[in-house]
Design a protein around this ligand. Sequence first.
Ligand code: NAP
Length: 291
Amino acid sequence: MKQLGEAFTAIPEGFPRAPSIRRPAIGGGAIERTEGMTTVENGSGTRELAGRRALVTGGTRGIGAAVVRHLLDAGAEVLTTARSATSTPPEGAAFVEADVRTTAGVGALAAAAREALGGVDVLVHNAGGARPHRTGLGIPDEEWQDALDLNLLASVRLDALLAPDMRDRRSGAIVHVSTAAVVPPAPPFLHYQAAKVALESYSRGLAAELAPSGVRVNTVSPGRTATPGGEATREHWESLDAGPGAVGTPPLGRDGRPDDIAQAVLFLVSDRSGWVTGKVLGVDGGEYPRG
Ligand SMILES: NC(=O)c1ccc[n+]([C@@H]2O[C@H](COP(=O)([O-])OP(=O)(O)OC[C@H]3O[C@@H](n4cnc5c(N)ncnc54)[C@H](OP(=O)(O)O)[C@@H]3O)[C@@H](O)[C@H]2O)c1
């Protein structure tokens, strides 16, 4: 029987290598602070993630960019990725161009993480999304595949490459970013909901497998958050005239901000959540589950 990681740990020939990594300028760890950001020290005058090496997927905008900024602010060394070479990651982070929907992209990313960081202590699977359709049955096969590749299999494949090292070192924290909007069922978004529900189930299972080694695995499930991708998706959904899409303002009186989600991710990768694993943390202004 294959063990976790066996199927993917060998990085095949031909993946783009380190030359494509954009490294931060020396001393580039000093970053601009954003509103709502907190610097948490660990009690000995050191930032709480000092010395930790973090990989964040989809860190050039929205929630991922906020996660990168918070990790940098907490003292971590950060590598992030997106598909576009012209994307700008937050200052202080290293960047490598990779498409996490493909095994080649995931392999290149894992290789870059080993080259740029020497390994990974914190892994945040943030890249995700899908395009809504007027009906569930109208979702084309290639978009089902795309939704599963981006929202589920990217995490499965990247974990398989990087989690075995964490297991062997007996430390590490993994966060998968799902969505609070897995209920109620929404036909225009069936591919996305199905992929994210599978991601949450997978995340709990991986947590069970890695718990004996001390590696923690959790999920953060955001509600509607003001990001470029989130706003574009909701606008497109409304244009489809496909019934209720985005609901009203969440009970806490506003949409989420990327920093709201990043704070939850920061908690789950820090030692403050050292006894938390296999959990799904909804960060949604109280919106879900809808009554
Ligand atoms: N915003 C919301 O309301 C909301 C609600 C619930 C859950 N979420 C979840 O939160 C996460 C982040 O969402 P967001 O709203 O911040 O998204 P966003 O604004 O669209 O940003 C997505 C980031 O991921 C990158 N990315 C997208 N596809 C990629 C790929 N195939 N390979 C590598 N990088 C990729 C994007 O850069 P490139 O385009 O250059 O690749 C960008 O940096 C997603 O998992 C989403 O499902 C968001």
